[in-house]
Design a protein around this ligand. Structure first.
Ligand code: PSU
Ligand code: MN
Length: 306
């Protein structure tokens, strides 16, 4: 049954009906992840890269209380300009935003939800939320991990930033039964850098293999999705010492300012960006492009299986 609150863009609907590849994209990365105008420019370029691979992009958001799978260029520009004024919408926020007819930028969690409602199987982003450092006392664990455990969408990311406890994040995903796949690597990438010192479950080397793993999960009736971790291209990766120092300082400033709840991740991301200047923004943009291309190829491989 079609969700009464969901609007699927005509181009996305046509592709889904024709069995053509579609890739979902999130919008918190636009509103909270990058400054204007780079955020809107990057979002539009990501859509273009997906089209160049023969797939259709579906950037997701909540606009005027409607769940959107697929945005116009004007809507992307609007979210970019609004920036942090738009609500960051996680699972718990959707009922409120819909009932109030409000706007929201979708996180990994809510983008997975909208993708699943629309019938989109593959989603590309930058980094996911996870278990925060110190979670043994704060209990700050991203809803993204619960969503991966219950919603059948493949999320292609560049690993997670070490603002998180990467070891605990992997333990949590293991407990929840979420496959963590390394694209061309045995090691979990750490967003800005290709290595983290932690092993993924399994190395996968082709989009076709990713598609077969996703299909097997569906054929067995397993719940939940999976995480594909795709290392940042070597030429754009950052110096580990520079990033680690920025992250330590950002964590100290967050603690001193008493930041908590949904503000934590945007606060840390903004601080790290501020401390590392334009370098980290460039790297961030390039890794999203890289993930978009892999997601589009995998979506095409999935369509070819059927
Ligand atoms: N991590 C990043 N970049 C991001 C996010 C996380 O490196 O943009 C965003 C994503 O939208 C992610 C959300 O789903 O933050 C997680 O927020 P929280 O930790 O509050 O669950
Ligand atoms: Mn949190």
């Amino acid at each position: 049954m079609m969700n009464k609150y969901l609007d699927i863009a005509p181009e996305v609907r046509a592709a889904l009906d024709a069995g053509k590849p579609v890739v979902a994209l999130e919008s918190t990365i636009i509103s909270h992840g990058m400054p204007y105008p780079q955020n809107a420019e990057t979002a539009l370029k990501v859509e273009q890269l997906i089209r160049e691979q023969g797939a259709v992009p579906a950037t997701c958001a909540v606009l005027g209380g409607r769940l959107k799978a697929g945005l116009s260029a004007e809507e992307i520009e609007y979210l970019g300009k609004q920036g942090q004024k738009v609500a960051k919408a996680s699972r718990r926020d959707l009922p409120v935003l819909v009932a109030q007819g409000a706007d929201g930028a979708t996180t990994v969690t809510t983008t997975m939800m909208i993708a699943a409602m629309a019938g989109i199987r593959v989603f590309a982003t930058g980094g996911i939320g996870g278990v925060h450092r110190g979670a043994e006392t704060t209990m700050d664990i991203s809803a993204d991990l619960e969503e991966l455990a219950q919603t059948p969408v493949m999320v292609v990311c560049a690993g997670a930033k070490s603002i998180l406890d990467l070891g605990l994040t992997l333990e949590y995903l293991e407990t929840k039964g979420v496959p963590v796949l390394g694209y061309g690597t045995e090691e979990l990438p750490a967003f800005y850098t290709r290595r983290s010192g932690f092993k993924v479950d399994c190395r996968v080397d082709t989009p076709e293999e990713l598609a077969r793993i996703y299909q097997a999960q569906r054929d067995m009736g397993c719940r939940g999705g999976m995480l594909v971790t795709n290392p940042i291209p070597e030429e754009y990766s950052m110096d580990k010492a520079v990033i680690d120092a920025a992250i330590e300082q950002a964590l100290a400033e967050a603690a001193a300012a008493g930041v908590r709840g949904k503000q934590t991740t945007p606060f840390l991301l903004a601080k790290v960006k501020e401390l590392t200047g334009g370098d980290s923004l460039d790297s961030n943009i390039q890794l999203v492009f890289n993930n978009a291309r892999l997601a589009a190829k995998t979506a095409a491989a999935l369509c070819a299986l059927a």
